[in-house]
Design a protein around this ligand. Structure first.
Ligand code: SF4
Length: 220
């Protein structure tokens, strides 16, 4: 397989590894255009897999104001962490962390060209859909993003029917709440929540955190 951007291949021997180490050191000085980003590579910062490269990609002109906040609201709180001071969000996807900064910077670790392209495609996709949303609904409030980040299973539990009926496949409502917040299960698995007698619980949640939060938790 040809790795045309970052020169990465699985290491076949120490000699090959040494060769690619030199190549990567050279490549870290340069940048190349991938999926509309200026991309550069460096080594030694991917703690989970040290043979991967760190990718720093820059979108010329940066991202639309509010994109970072809108991204943080698009994922369950355990899948996205918002950093107000850095104007950035980290997203858990493809078994790694992807950092997105309003300045246009995107950082992640990757093993080769295919991964770099796949992840930048994904980033382009989520940025485009959040940018459209901002154009339609405006920039999200930082306060809403911060209260979303602090949402706990107990908070969500308050808006569930609390009958422990097990229809969702969990033994208790609090267990489903924890799985929904970790992104393991969608909220729509709680079928009783759509029954007329529980509409009040859902509406309270919607009033408190908005439609976007419900969607992020998997309520269609
Ligand atoms: S289906 Fe809903 S009400 Fe029933 S246990 Fe699961 S969360 Fe609770």
């Amino acid at each position: 397989m040809e790795y045309k951007h970052c020169g990465l291949k699985p290491w076949k021997s120490l000699k090959v590894k040494a060769y690619y180490t030199v190549m990567l050191e050279r490549l870290s000085m340069e940048s190349t255009l991938v999926k509309g980003f200026n991309v550069s590579f460096s080594r030694g910062k991917c703690l989970l897999n040290p043979s991967n490269v760190t990718v720093e990609a820059y979108k010329p002109g940066g991202f639309k104001k509010g994109v970072v906040e809108a991204l943080a609201l698009s994922f369950p709180p355990s899948k996205a962490t918002y950093f107000r001071d850095w104007n950035a969000v980290t997203i858990k996807a493809f078994n790694r962390l992807i950092g997105v900064y309003e300045s246009g910077k995107v950082t992640f670790c990757a093993s080769g060209d295919e991964e770099v392209e796949k992840i930048l495609d994904y980033v382009n996709h989520i940025i485009e859909s959040t940018s459209n949303e901002i154009a339609e609904k405006g920039v999200p409030r930082v306060e809403d993003v911060e209260s979303w980040s602090r949402l706990t299973p107990l908070d969500l539990y308050k808006h569930l029917p609390k009958t422990n009926c097990r229809e969702c496949g969990e033994d208790t409502c609090i267990a489903l709440a924890a799985k929904v917040l970790s992104g393991e299960k969608p909220l729509k698995d709680c079928k009783p929540l759509s029954k007329p007698e529980n509409r009040r619980l859902l509406e309270e949640f919607r009033r408190r955190l908005g439609d976007k939060a419900l969607k992020a938790l998997g309520w269609e």
